[in-house]
Design a protein around this ligand. Structure first.
Ligand SMILES: [Zn+2]
Length: 272
């Protein structure tokens, strides 16, 4: 017991025990989350260091419904927390799908920049808090600007950031006891920040549509137009949303599930 408690006196021990309770409660979900992760090996494309990054075991995340903007929800974990991979030697970071494949000019641009971004080893190697995940996504977005990435890569990071902020707002509503509801100020700011990142995502995706070839971020044209429609709708631009959703519905290749989502969105736009 003694070794576990920092204090020496009885009072400190009491304090330790009082503190111990919530900590023990907190440790359980963390341990549960750790069970859903594994260490995936990466080689840094900038400094060639080999390292591991926590990754969600896809078979262990239970899918739930999907949001209007194609965010997949999971019942037992928020996988977005683990989407950023970062190297603590050279402080390069990107989304998992982009990490290993920057262009040479992007690597050079990152090396030549005197970037002040510093990644925290604790954020990268263990179960991640939402806050740390948000810091990592912000770092990845800054690095994508430094290295001059494609618009679609930036859009992808901005969209993941918006989704994480949505998740944070929902977590807060769930975990906060009734009596602390006046603290809703924070929930509002999560929603406001989410809006900001949805707009970034939309802005970069629109540029990507003009400049890049399909598939973009793994999306065919129909899926992409549907996503643009959803982002316009979420950011209060119904006319633009209507334009994109109509375009998506005219696309013969659009799959059945997406067609249904597009029809629902069109109905929603017509009724509001
Ligand atoms: Zn590195």
């Amino acid at each position: 017991m003694r070794g576990m408690l920092p204090g020496k006196t009885v009072n400190a021990e009491e304090a330790g025990l009082r503190k111990g309770k919530p900590a023990a409660k907190k440790a359980a979900p963390e341990a549960e989350e750790a069970e859903l992760l594994f260490d995936k090996t990466y080689i840094c494309p900038v400094c060639e260091r080999e390292f591991t990054s926590k990754t969600v075991r896809s078979g262990k995340a239970f899918p739930d419904r999907m949001d209007i903007d194609l965010r997949s929800r999971y019942k037992n974990i928020e996988p977005i927390k683990y989407r950023v991979v970062g190297c603590i030697r050279c402080h390069y970071a990107a989304l998992d799908v982009d990490f290993s494949s920057p262009l040479k000019r992007e690597v050079d641009a990152f090396r030549d920049s005197s970037s002040e971004i510093r990644l925290d080893a604790n954020c990268l190697e263990e179960v991640r808090s939402f806050r740390d995940a948000l810091l990592l996504l912000r770092a990845a977005l800054s690095i994508s600007l430094i290295k001059g990435s494609k618009n679609s890569e930036r859009a992808g990071i901005a969209l993941q950031t918006a989704w994480l902020l949505r998740s944070m707002g929902e977590q807060q509503v769930k975990t906060e006891p009734e009596e602390t509801k006046p603290e809703e100020k924070n929930a509002v700011s999560f929603a406001e920040m989410e809006q900001k990142y949805l707009r970034y995502a939309l802005q970069y995706f629109v540029k990507a549509r003009q400049l890049e070839d399909f598939p973009i971020r793994g999306m065919d044209e129909g899926t992409f137009d549907y996503l643009l429609a959803a982002l316009c709708y979420e950011t209060g631009q119904p006319r633009e949303a209507h334009g994109y959703v109509t375009k998506a519905l005219r696309n013969r290749e659009i799959n059945r599930k997406l067609r249904r989502m597009a029809e629902d969105l069109l109905a929603e736009l017509r009724s509001s």
